[in-house]
Design a protein around this ligand. Sequence first.
Ligand code: SF4
Length: 320
Amino acid sequence: MNVVIRKAGLYTMKIGIPRALLYYKYKHLWEFFFDELDIEYIVSPETNNEIVRKGTTYAIDESCLSSKIYLGHVEWLINKCDYILVPRISDYGSGGTVCTKFQAIYDVVSNTFRDRNIKLLYYNIDPKAADFEMIAFLKMGKFLGKSKSRSLYAYLIAKQMQKCAQLKEIDEQKQRLSENKTKILLIAHRYNICDKYIGEPIITFLRELGTVPILGDIASKREALAKSIEISETLPWTFNKELVGSIPLYKDKVDGIILMSAFPCGPDSLVNDIVIRRVKDIPILSLMLDEHEGSAGIQTRLESFVDIIRLKKGDFNEKT
Ligand code: SF4
């Protein structure tokens, strides 16, 4: 089931971390922060059918698949820990804002599970209210009973570890880019493309077809944000800007682009439309996934897409 449990020697509480949404962005930051503070934590398992079913039951119909999955992970953690970590991100200041789901998720979780007696651990990121990340982590450390100096040390170590992990994955992706095979750039939020239920089957199938998946989310965020204006100068959402900015960074090194989104994602719908209109001279496939999507239909579309790319390259007999 792949549940992560980190036990400290002397712990007084256990934090539950839902393996969904921002976990995929802040995994190292959160885990190393709690490690350094000797706080025990548990990460919910990889997404499975039961988690999706539970999340769908609790969510309103209009929620995106990613938020439904998030609620399923929160539900899994209930009664398995003292606090569930649900941060509230308002925006990233000059870097842009975020989808409303990240602003509302704390209130959505507390209201959805108000009868289940859950306790939430949170921090706010809101530059307009001077809630910057470091201050937010110091406040969280204080809530957890840790001194300011210890929390600061834990935060700085965790931040460094997160940076190392990012540099390592960029290096690994550089190696994949040098492979002499058909390469496909996946423009998808990491919480979708790395999720066992949504994105992993797509990556696995692309590999089975003999192609090399390249993740748009693995790139220097600073460079991607700067490049995003080549696609659009007016996008408000930081995560989408980082993703579309990876297209100019990688376009000349890949053979096709897949835009993968979770139904019914508002930001992605708009952004994908812009990408399809403005990015030329490369095959683009758009996939919108929901909880009812069957794998057979997706695989057929992926196969056809890869065939088109190989035909265009004149590599129809490329070994798979
Ligand atoms: S950006 Fe889209 S997929 Fe992500 S949380 Fe918002 S609506 Fe859901």
